[in-house]
Write a protein that binds this ligand. Structure first.
Ligand SMILES: *[C@@H]1O[C@H](CO)[C@@H](O)[C@H](O)[C@H]1NC(C)=O
Ligand SMILES: *[C@@H]1O[C@H](CO)[C@@H](O)[C@H](O)[C@H]1NC(C)=O
Ligand SMILES: *[C@@H]1O[C@H](CO)[C@@H](O)[C@H](O)[C@H]1NC(C)=O
Length: 821
């Protein structure tokens, strides 16, 4: 991702930015002093609230000798996950930050989050984020997710914490964060969740159950919504009824001078300072609900529903909705609990930033996946909630295979904000759609130019990455409705049009160049003919020609689109494979020069650019040596996939390990961007790369335009793997992989595209409920539908562009010259 001059674009570099400006420095000092004072005041309160007091006493020791040692341990060690369930991440205390002088506070950076694609929050933080709500000047690179003070930052305290046992658990299957505290007297269970069906709702339930205690039991409640911040102009709080509060806000600084000023409407139930379990009661439950939407009627209606169902249906409908999500697509591995947990966590965090599958009412427009997910992205942190190529290249592919309707939602964001992309292309003298490197609310370029100008201007491959994601969507679904009625064809055609207009003709070579770009490797900011960029551009034009046929485009348009391929695509210069038989990263790349991350190796996967095994292997070897070891996690996922292609299982397994182990923080499996320290959290980009290593690496899936290949091998230390709910051409398939067999079971068959599996000489027609068992090895699934081969899928790979045509061209010119003499 983004930056080449600063170590981590997100936290650290932004912090430096702060320090550069005097005014800001002063403000920072003031804030720091204030925080320190507040911290001192709060130490005592936090110490009871953060975790199990009796456990803490043991850990810290009671005398001075042990205290110092334990202090160090406390700061350094992860809080371990103590649950044996694959879907529950549990601990007896929360991650903290601080030291013995200023005291310890909850480390919200490593805290679990909950979300449903409409809203999300880090549990016990004072902030809620809502999909599509951004504040700040986009041109200055300051558009960021707008912070909404959370009324659900609620903590419960017992009258006495003596001998209290606390447990904190994120249950990813249920999408609920649990805190339970138990003493002889009483048990309090608190559940916090972003409702997966009534998506405008954030819910906190508190259940008090009497133990041996007698008489009234009073539970203290604290709330801390934080300050109003500067992102909204807030009206004052009103009370539509005794048991409800309402507040309206409008965005303070719009992204552009002309972009609409979004509004937010929130209703919530006020939280009392205590709840009392009367002496006559053995059990009591209360719910505190916040409802948020950009439309007032929607927010109000959801709030009423929430209050009405709070005592009965609210929790079951939430669980049911998450159950449907996991039923629709998940990955199970047996024999490796830790790996299973990390897979579940990665899928959970990505899914909780995506729209709910099955939800109440109409969904709002989806505004993209950002590297920190929906629960992060405030001003100058976690990439401010922006969408990069991370969205389509890293998080999207596993979602496409397991939840194609959500993949369509992701693409719908780019389609929704295409207006400014047309303008951007035109302003630069090009045609079609040029998508910005960073995108937020309106789709204008919002990359902070003061941090990385070259990223903003030169990292143009993103337009090809989006086109490639559209290609994969069509390959997986053949969704003609999307192409024709939902602007899918426009997206494919106009990104290709950008690529046909972008190159410049090089007379010497008689071929086209794409000059002045930044490749995925951000250590090189202005190069000519980046091979990744040129290949992704060519794929975009090829696929537009194929799609023109698929949608039955009129002859004239089809002819025009085809001419992009014949005139430009097939005559695009690709840096030639060297004598040492590897692909140079760009024209003139000196072998051995350090690169930031996976770049050339992306040709093999995800682009599936055909090349010999020898070249693939050399690419992996050459670039493994020069890739910055402290680079982002996804790099290692891509090496893992490459080595698996070549059946080098030991190397693959090492790279697989490297792709997650360092980045996953216990107990809630939060991913960091940085190798050391944090960088952006909760880094769903890394999770996306990791899930690709599982699915496309070990699962061996390759989604081609007219077929789906697979060639699975078990992930390290597992006895079996099950891909549940892989979707292909309208059918849903379960793959169960064991050491020597693969079983494919169709759980629902899409009527339009009958499927056939070919493995070796055998072929099987897929039928619902009739499992097909194959020896583990390569196999192909394709449709047998008659008209499906009407259009010729593009051929991609070394020798299909540039060099071949160049030879032809030179030959023709020579003939012409000879003839003229
Ligand atoms: C709105 O933003 C401006 C500029 O950042 C800031 O000075 C001002 O305090 C903000 N207003 C509110 C109400 O937060
Ligand atoms: C890239 O191409 C342009 C135009 O031909 C040329 O001026 C420039 O020097 C080239 N840059 C590099 C780094 O080769
Ligand atoms: C364009 O697509 C058509 C229809 O599939 C195909 O016949 C033709 O060969 C393609 N043209 C090129 C240059 O790839």
């Amino acid at each position: 991702m983004p930056n080449l001059y600063v170590e981590s674009y997100s936290e650290e570099s932004y912090k430096q930015q702060f320090l550069q400006t005097r005014m800001r420095t002063r403000r920072l000092y003031l804030a720091l002093c204030l925080t320190l004072v507040l911290l001192f005041i709060n130490v005592a309160a936090y110490q009871t609230i953060l975790g199990n007091n009796s456990k803490r006493t043991k850990l810290f020791g009671t005398n001075d000798q042990t205290r110092n040692k334990s202090r160090r341990r406390r700061q350094d060690a992860d809080v371990p996950d103590i649950s044996n369930s694959p879907t529950i991440f549990e601990s007896d205390r929360l991650p903290v930050t601080g030291n013995s002088t200023i005291g310890y506070t909850l480390n919200t950076r490593l805290m679990a989050s909950i979300g449903n694609g409409h809203l999300a929050t880090t549990v016990y933080s004072d902030t809620i984020f809502v999909n599509g709500l951004y504040s700040g000047d986009g041109f200055k690179g300051r558009s960021h997710r707008a912070t909404i003070p959370s009324q659900n930052n609620i903590r419960a305290m017992l009258p006495s914490e003596v001998d209290a046992v606390r447990r904190f658990a994120l249950d990813v299957e249920k999408g609920v964060f649990f805190e339970t505290v138990t003493t002889d007297q009483v048990t309090v269970e608190q559940r916090t969740y972003a409702h997966q069906f009534y998506t405008r709702l954030l819910v906190t339930e508190i259940h008090v159950t009497r133990g041996q205690g007698t008489g009234d039991i009073v539970i203290g409640l604290t709330t801390n919504p934080g300050s109003d911040g500067q992102d909204f102009l807030w009206d004052s709080i009103s009370s539509p009824s005794v048991a409800s509060r309402y507040r309206h806000g409008t965005i303070n600084v719009t992204e552009t001078a002309t972009s609409p000023r979004s509004e937010v409407h929130m209703y919530w139930t006020p939280v009392p300072s205590t709840i009392t379990l009367a002496s006559s009661e053995s059990q009591k439950s209360v719910s505190y609900i916040t409802s948020i939407d950009t439309d007032q009627a929607t927010a109000r209606e959801s709030f009423e529903i929430g209050r009405q169902f709070a005592r009965s249906d609210l929790y079951p409908t939430h669980l049911e909705a998450w159950r449907k999500v996991w039923d629709a697509g998940r990955i199970e591995v047996e024999g490796n609990l830790n790996l299973q947990k990390i897979i579940n966590g990665a899928l959970y965090y990505i899914l909780s930033s995506l729209p709910a599958h099955d939800h109440y009412g109409t969904a709002n427009q989806f505004y993209g996946l950002s590297p920190g997910g929906l629960a992060n992205g405030k001003l100058l942190q976690d990439y401010q909630g922006h969408s990069f190529w991370d969205t389509e290249t890293w998080m999207y592919p596993p979602i496409l295979m397991l939840h194609p309707t959500l993949a369509k939602d992701i693409l719908s964001y780019r389609i929704h904000v295409r207006g400014p992309a047309y303008d951007r292309a035109q302003e630069n003298g090009y045609q079609g759609l040029r998508f910005p490197w960073e995108s937020a609310f309106t789709g204008v370029e919002v990359t902070p130019g003061d941090i990385c100008w070259e990223c903003r201007e030169n990292q143009q491959h993103i337009t090809g990455d989006i086109a490639f994601a559209a290609r994969q969507y069509v390959s997986a679904t053949r969704d003609l409705r999307w192409l024709q009625d939902e602007n899918g064809w426009e997206l494919i055609r106009e990104t290709a049009r950008f690529w046909k207009s972008r190159p410049t003709f090089n007379r010497k070579r008689g071929l086209y160049d794409i000059n002045g770009v930044m490749p995925p490797d951000e250590f090189h900011h202005t190069v000519n003919n980046s091979i990744y960029t040129n290949v992704v551009a060519k794929l975009s034009m090829d696929f537009a020609n194929y799609t023109a046929c698929l949608v039955g485009e009129a002859e004239e348009t089809a002819g025009e689109v085809e001419s992009w391929v014949t005139d430009v695509g097939d005559r695009l210069y690709l840096p030639e494979i060297t004598d040492e038989k590897y692909h140079p990263e760009f024209e003139g790349y000196p072998k051995g020069e350090l690169i930031k991350q996976a770049d050339v190796i992306l040709l093999g996967y995800p682009l599936m650019w055909k090349m010999s095994d020898e070249v693939r292997k050399n690419d992996l070897n050459v670039y493994e040596e020069v890739t910055d070891r402290t680079g982002p996690a996804m790099t290692w996922s891509m090496f893992c996939i490459g080595w698996l292609e070549l059946q080098e299982y030991t190397k693959a397994s090492q790279m697989f390990q490297d792709s997650y182990s360092i980045y996953v923080k216990e107990p809630f499996k939060i991913w960091t961007e940085a190798h050391q320290g944090l960088g952006a959290v909760n880094f769903i980009t890394g999770m996306g790369g990791f899930l690709q290593a599982v699915l496309f690496g070990y699962g061996g899936f390759r989604l081609h335009v007219d077929h789906l290949d697979f060639n699975p091998v078990l992930p390290p230390d597992t006895d079996s793997m099950k891909i549940h709910g892989l979707d292909y051409l309208g059918s849903s398939l379960d793959f169960t992989i064991s050491r020597d067999q693969v079983t494919i079971n169709v759980t629902s068959l899409g009527g339009d595209y009958p499927l056939e599996i070919k493995a070796g000489d055998a072929s099987y027609t897929l039928q619902e409920g009739v499992p097909v068992q194959l020896p583990r090895g390569p196999a192909t699934i394709a449709t047998t539908r008659q008209d499906s081969n009407r259009c010729t899928p593009p051929v991609v790979g070394d020798g299909t562009a540039g060099r071949l045509k160049a030879t032809l061209w030179i030959f023709l010119l020579s003939v012409l010259l000879i003839a003229m003499q």
